[in-house]
Design a protein around this ligand. Structure first.
Ligand SMILES: Cc1cc2nc3c(=O)[nH]c(=O)nc-3n(C[C@H](O)[C@H](O)[C@H](O)COP(=O)(O)O)c2cc1C
Ligand code: SF4
Length: 491
């Protein structure tokens, strides 16, 4: 039977919540009071620009672009709300595929050679800035990046079917997604073409007025998979220098073609072996013991891939600093194999599983990685991820982490879908609007997993009123029922 963990919002005070953290041996702190002019309101200099506070909006895709890669009104609304949040930094907006075959779904925005990409991207940026300035004044403007991606193994450009572009064979992902062992691996020349497409996309971002590009290197997509291509022969596989060659070449390419454009990297710093639901619906890793020493992921211990090993990620981070990358956003896990750490949640999405540990443990896994990196690289500008599960205590924990110098900017993912004004409320000293706090129902993931758009169907009226909201709700109900009627679930 799956264990139900008490969500943070059920604790009546920061003191009670700290008590729970203590009981489960988690070391992160939670301040008693939020100070409107406190650590979260401090400005920060990033690549010579002032960022006015310590909130960052994480990239959040909506599966709602047009077939030709252009944004829709749903996309514009999301970006408008990002602007209204008052956050000082917008990390990427959402993942934009650098070419059609790298789209994660047929509605992902992409750089389409047949389209006016600069106009589309500038439209999103301008929408965000206008919404921000309407609320916070024309002299205020967040630092805004565009996230560039190729979905690699998780490309699904044309419909519901996966059309993977892999850089090496991963036996456990092959097993999970039924990929034959002779499935073609991308050739070096194909990788070089993709690298050039990234550079071209960076040109578009610069022409559209973005301050920086994020070269997305997390969540099992192409650039992330390259970091663990131990078994790949040739220049892009093997030792760490080879596994990071693509990224190095890409950074040089962007620097050469887009002088002055700031570069950021969202890096998956550690992972877990792919998890699946057991007969009770609880997440368990696929059996990985036949694959030890582990060479099928980045930042994972070779003896025990359930444990992080930050040696290589820290080596890469020191190189990224030397190569001129100005800001880093750390993430852990993937939405496909280890969603319980990547987006800790009280309720699983329809393709997911009940969390095998208290989601707070997963929040800590993310936070601990950031703390470790910050202690080694005090001058690196770092954004942390995975805070939304903290619910009512997100600002208290965020303030604690920033005050202690463990992180520079606190990234908000799902929370910004349900309650975009949370940063503005915190910074103005207003009480939190409790009804709008993300309760991690996972419907924003369940929608896309069923080839529907994403959005906060339970809490955002805009999505709640849509006819497809009933479909998403039904998927959630069916997921719960499936788990509750699984054979050993009844005690
Ligand atoms: C609906 C949805 C869309 C997402 N889209 C992206 C994306 O485009 N790029 C990205 O790097 N991460 C994406 N993520 C991951 C988030 O940026 C974030 O890392 C994750 O939700 C954990 O943070 P949170 O606890 O604040 O939600 C997405 C997550 C969700 C739920
Ligand atoms: S659907 Fe809404 S409440 Fe549920 S996880 Fe997403 S943002 Fe949070």
């Amino acid at each position: 039977m799956a264990t139900r963990y008490t969500p943070p919002g059920s604790f009546k005070s920061p003191r009670e919540f700290r008590q729970r953290l203590h009981e489960i041996n988690l070391e992160f702190g939670c301040d008693d009071h939020i100070e409107a002019d406190g650590p979260l309101a401090e400005s920060l200099t990033v690549a010579g620009r002032q960022v006015s506070n310590r909130f960052a909006i994480q990239p959040m895709e909506g599966w709602d672009g047009q077939a030709d890669g252009a944004p829709t009104d749903h996309t514009r609304r999301r970006w408008r709300r990002f602007g209204e949040s008052g956050a000082g930094l917008i990390w990427g907006g959402e993942a934009i595929a650098v070419q059609h075959d790298g789209r994660a779904n047929p509605n992902q925005l992409f750089i389409n050679p047949a389209s006016d990409n600069v106009r589309h991207m500038a439209d999103l940026r301008d929408t965000l800035v206008a919404a921000h300035q309407a609320k916070f004044g024309v002299s205020s403007c967040p630092l805004i990046g565009l996230q560039l991606t190729h979905s690699g193994r998780f490309s699904r450009p044309n419909g519901e079917r996966l059309e993977p572009k892999i850089v090496y064979h991963h036996p456990l992902y092959n097993q999970k997604y039924r990929l034959p062992d002779d499935y073609p691996v991308l050739r070096d020349s194909e990788l070089e073409q993709i690298r050039d497409a990234f550079v071209q996309a960076a040109r578009v971002a610069q022409a559209a007025g973005f301050d920086f590009v994020d070269l997305k290197c997390c969540h099992a997509y192409l650039l992330h998979e390259l970091l663990s291509a131990y078994t790949r022969p040739g220049p892009y596989g093997g030792d760490l220098a080879n596994r990071t060659r693509f990224l190095r070449e890409l950074i040089s390419g962007v620097q050469a073609e887009c002088p002055g454009l700031v570069i950021g990297v969202r890096l998956g710093i550690t992972d877990l072996p792919p998890y699946v639901a057991d007969k009770n619906g609880v997440g368990q890793p696929l059996d990985y013991h036949a694959h030890l020493p582990w060479q099928l992921g980045f930042g994972m211990s070779a003896d025990d891939p359930q444990r992080p090993d930050w040696t290589e990620p820290c080596q890469l981070l020191s190189w990224l600093q030397a190569w001129g990358v100005a800001l880093i956003n750390l993430s852990v896990g993937t939405p496909y194999g280890s969603a319980h750490v990547q987006r800790p949640a009280a309720y699983p999405p329809s393709d997911g599983y009940w969390p095998p540990v208290d989601p707070l443990v997963s929040v800590w896994r993310q936070m601990q990685a950031v703390r470790h990196v910050k202690s080694l690289f005090p001058n690196m500008v770092l954004v942390g991820s995975g805070y939304s599960y903290l619910q009512d205590y997100l600002p208290h924990v965020a303030q604690h982490e920033v005050r202690c110098g463990h992180v520079d900017l606190v990234g908000l993912g799902r929370m910004v879908l349900s309650y975009p004004e949370l940063p503005a409320d915190v910074l103005a000293g207003r009480p939190l609007q409790r009804k709008r706090i993300c309760r991690t129902f996972s419907d924003c993931t369940t929608g896309p997993r069923n080839h529907l758009i994403s959005g906060c169907f339970p809490l955002d009226e805009y999505y709640k009123q849509m006819p497809i909201a009933a479909q998403v709700k039904e998927k959630r109900r069916a997921t719960m029922e499936r788990f509750l009627t699984s054979p050993d679930a009844v005690e």
